[in-house]
Ligand binder design. Structure first.
Ligand SMILES: *Cc1c(COP(=O)(O)O)cnc(C)c1O
Length: 228
């Protein structure tokens, strides 16, 4: 077993152990492999081990890798998630080249993604990123603005709102439970929660996460320079 295979298998076991500890079904949590700043070869290697969901943070970097992988037998099976900050001038490329977007953080972005989602593809699945600690420096919809943002997303025809996403502030271990509670208090709770990264996914699963976004613990340290 090589290092990647060993890490993959160990993460999958911890996900199963965390779901069992929370009295949840093992398949109620999806592992999203965060491949930002990792080469296409690493994605190909993990896809060959059976991983299907991959997430990227930078549009240009993702498009290059998608093109590099286009000829590989596993590529057609990959489900691409976008999880990075979204500038308005990138929404068209995101709407056309990803199936899921976890980082929708303002009305204008939701509107543009819906308008620009190509007609031949199913509606784009989106999570609303919440700024659960209401920090002024952070992206995300504040708890007060959330009900209006949910209502807007549910009216837009070419996106499908599936849940909430959170990146907790440092030293805010209860952010996962508070995000789950925010969801539970919506007029009708959304089915999915994108919460948890390499260092904190067991706590996120205990709080109800359905999508854990794991990079370093799976691939090791990031290898490429970040896009500026
Ligand atoms: C980079 C990133 C991750 C993965 O982080 P790791 O600590 O490497 O697991 C998850 N979510 C988002 C939004 C990220 O930007």
């Amino acid at each position: 077993m090589n290092a990647l295979e060993a890490r993959f298998s160990s993460i999958k076991s911890s996900i199963v152990a965390s779901t069992m500890a929370a009295k949840r079904l093992p398949d109620s949590v999806t592992l999203v492999a965060v491949s930002k700043q990792q080469p296409a070869l690493a994605i190909e290697a993990l896809a060959a081990l059976g991983q299907r969901d991959f997430a990227e943070n930078y549009v240009q970097e993702a498009l290059v890798k998608q093109a590099q992988l286009a000829h590989t037998p596993r590529a057609a099976k990959i489900i691409w998630h976008f999880i990075g900050p979204i500038q308005s001038n990138k929404t068209r490329a995101i709407a056309a080249n990803f199936s899921w977007v976890h980082s929708v953080d303002r009305p204008k972005i939701a509107e543009r993604l819906s308008e620009q989602r190509p007609d031949n593809l199913p509606p784009l699945k989106i999570f609303i990123e919440v700024n659960v600690d209401d920090e002024s420096t952070k992206a995300g919809v504040s708890p007060a603005e959330l009900p209006a943002m949910v209502a807007l997303c549910q009216r837009l025809p070419r996106i499908e709102l599936v849940g909430l996403m959170v990146i907790p502030a440092r030293g805010s271990p209860d952010a996962f439970t508070r995000t789950a509670q925010l969801n539970a208090h919506l007029p009708s709770a959304l089915p999915l929660l994108s919460m948890g990264m390499s260092d904190d996914f067991p706590a996120a699963i205990a709080a109800g996460s359905t999508h854990v976004r794991i990079g370093t613990a799976l691939f090791g340290a990031r290898q490429m320079k970040a896009e500026s």
